[in-house]
Design a protein around this ligand. Structure first.
Ligand code: FES
Ligand code: FES
Length: 161
C-alpha cells in the first residue's frame, strides 16, 4: 500500500508518495538521495542514521516514514547555510578532530544539535547522555566531546544555531 505524506524537510515543504513499510531512513537516503544520513546497524543500535524530527533526535532506521506526515525533519544536509558556511557544530568537528572516517559524524552532529537547540548550556554529562546512542567505530570519542564543547561555546557567543 502507498500513502501520500507531506512534511517539512530541511525547511522545504515536501509531498511524497511512500510505501507504508518504508522507514524514514529509506525515504530520505534511498528515495530522496540524501546520503549524508548513514545506515550502520539498521536496528537502532549505532546512531549513524540520526535525524531530527520535531526537535527530537531519532533513529531514522526505526522510524516509519508514514509517521513524519505533518512533521518537521532536519537532516545533516540542512545544517550548512545557503552560502555553504558550515554550521558551528560541523565546523567544530572539522577544527577539533571530531571526524576520522566520518561515518558516524552526521549522526553525532544531529544528536548534538538536538541537544544544544533545546539546552544551549548543556553540561558534559548531558552531552554524553545525548550521544550515548551514537557509536564511533574509529573511537574518537574524546575529540567528539571536545568538538561539541567548542561548538557550544561558539553558539552561546551568538553564532548561528
Ligand atoms: S542505522 Fe539506525 S541506529 Fe544504526
Ligand atoms: S569517525 Fe569513523 S566511525 Fe566515527
Amino acid at each position: 500500500m502507498t500513502t501520500k505524506i507531506s512534511f517539512i524537510l530541511n525547511g522545504d515543504r515536501i509531498s511524497y508518495e511512500i510505501k507504508d513499510h518504508w522507514t524514514l531512513l529509506h525515504l530520505i537516503r534511498e528515495e530522496m538521495g540524501l546520503i549524508g544520513t548513514k545506515e550502520g546497524c539498521g536496528n537502532g543500535e549505532c546512531g549513524a542514521c540520526t535525524v531530527i524530527v520535531d526537535k527530537l533526535a531519532v533513529n531514522s532506521c526505526l522510524y516509519l516514514a508514514a509517521d513524519v506526515d505533518g512533521k518537521t525533519v532536519d537532516t545533516i544536509e540542512g545544517l550548512a547555510a545557503t552560502d555553504g558556511t558550515l554550521h558551528p557544530l560541523q565546523q567544530s568537528f572539522v577544527d577539533n578532530g571530531g571526524i576520522q572516517c566520518g561515518f558516524c559524524s552526521p549522526g553525532m552532529i544531529m544528536s548534538s544539535k538536538a541537544l544544544l537547540d533545546t539546552t544551549p548550556d548543556a553540561t558534559e554529562d548531558q552531552v554524553k547522555h545525548a550521544l550515548a546512542g551514537n557509536i564511533c567505530r574509529c573511537t574518537g570519542y574524546v575529540q567528539i566531546l571536545e568538538s561539541v564543547e567548542a561548538a557550544k561555546k561558539h553558539m552561546s557567543g551568538g553564532g548561528q544555531s
